[in-house]
Design a protein around this ligand. Structure first.
Ligand SMILES: Nc1ncnc2c1ncn2[C@@H]1O[C@H](COP(=O)(O)OP(=O)(O)OP(=O)(O)O)[C@@H](O)[C@H]1O
Ligand SMILES: [Mg+2]
Length: 341
């Protein structure tokens, strides 16, 4: 744990924080010196000092055992002056897979909460809609001038109710995690199908789609529609990240030693800020004005439910690669891929 003054000087640090950083006397040390080797830490602290805090942001950090830190920041009152508390945890404390499980559990719990709220909101919404319909009928009896004005108000109310109902509907869809319907499946086929589906949209975005499919990829045990949805979410994100034309590349491969079938989806879009990188799989996390922040949460859940994993690498200004691994089911698909455009 570290406490910083409003100017960004370290005023207190516990042993673990001292061990993590190389500077000897932490008092009066500016955070720029303390974290000079970590762009991500500098950016988190800078944002914290400006009043934007993070919870459990995961960042690469060389001197941590796992090479990663989980960082939270919050406001600190120093005798009336504002400061910043920085809590650092080594990611190995959480354990990688435990962290992942935690994330999925959090998602499921939020999903259940969403379902309850959605349900409770929908019933009164239904009642309000019926009342509005009855009012619309009553209004017909009124003199024309008043009638027009009231009808306009009713129409606004109806539009807003439809909007609410839409939001609640989205909530419900997300919270109902459909059962996997597993069958032996060629990952190459799933990729091809999704790329066929998005081809018209790709043209609109000025995006070239490239397939680099491995020959004789082993089959996986998968739910075709859910895996397709996961891949679709990743592909659409890639389109959104590409401004003024670019390429989205899907490459499949088989890693014999681990028995994992792999898919890398690579775009040359704007990339992801290191600070955002640890948060993009979080439920409702979005940087888009129109985004819901569900796309990656859903994709991650689908992949985990298949016993697989999903990781991301990204460099701002260069692009992002989402890498999916899924366990093979045995046998080969007899599905020669080759390289195509
Ligand atoms: N390929 C990518 N390149 C750059 N940023 C990305 C990419 N994929 C995801 N992101 C970032 O991750 C965030 C979360 O993505 P996610 O798909 O979960 O939600 P969203 O796209 O914002 O909303 P939606 O629910 O409509 O998918 C995005 O807002 C974006 O900032
Ligand atoms: Mg998305």
């Amino acid at each position: 744990m570290l406490a910083l003054s409003g100017e960004g000087n370290v005023v207190a640090a516990n042993q673990y924080a001292c061990d993590l950083t190389s500077v000897e006397d932490r008092r009066v040390v500016p955070f720029e010196v303390l974290f000079e080797k970590s762009e991500e830490m500098l950016s988190l602290v800078r944002r914290g000092l400006e009043g934007t805090y993070v919870v459990d942001a995961e960042i690469p950090f060389e001197s941590a055992d796992s090479g990663h830190l989980v960082v939270s920041t919050s406001a600190l009152d120093l005798d009336g002056n504002s400061g910043l508390v920085v809590v650092l945890r080594d990611r190995s404390d959480l354990g990688r897979s435990e962290g992942d499980v935690y994330q999925v559990e959090k998602m499921n719990a939020l999903g259940r909460l969403a379902a309850t709220v959605a349900h409770e909101v929908r019933n009164p919404l239904g009642a309000v809609t019926i009342q509005l319909q009855l009012m619309a009928e009553d209004i017909e009896q009124l003199e024309p001038e008043l009638r027009t004005s009231l009808q306009r108000r009713l129409s606004v109310a109806n539009t807003e109710i439809k909007r609410l109902d839409g939001i609640v509907g989205n909530f419900l869809r997300f919270s109902r995690s459909p059962q996997l319907e597993l069958a032996p499946l060629g990952l190459n086929d799933v990729v091809r199908r999704v790329f066929d589906l998005v081809a018209p949209e790709a043209r609109e975005y000025g995006v070239r789609l490239k397939l680099e499919l491995a020959d004789e990829l082993p089959l996986i045990e998968g739910d075709e529609s859910q895996l397709g949805q996961a891949l679709l979410n990743l592909t659409v994100n890639a389109f959104h990240a590409i401004e003024g034309g670019g390429t989205v590349r899907a490459a499949t491969s088989f890693d014999r030693p681990s028995g994992m079938v792999r898919l890398a989806l690579k775009d040359d879009g704007r990339g992801i800020d290191p600070v955002d990188l640890s948060r993009i799989f979080e439920l409702y996390y979005t940087t888009k004005a129109e985004g819901t922040g569900l796309g990656l949460s859903i994709a991650q859940r689908v992949i985990y439910e298949h016993g697989g994993s999903i990781d991301v690498q990204s460099e701002p200004g260069v692009g992002s690669t989402f890498a999916i691994s899924l366990p093979r089911s045995g046998g080969t698909s007899g599905d020669p891929g080759g390289v195509s455009e």
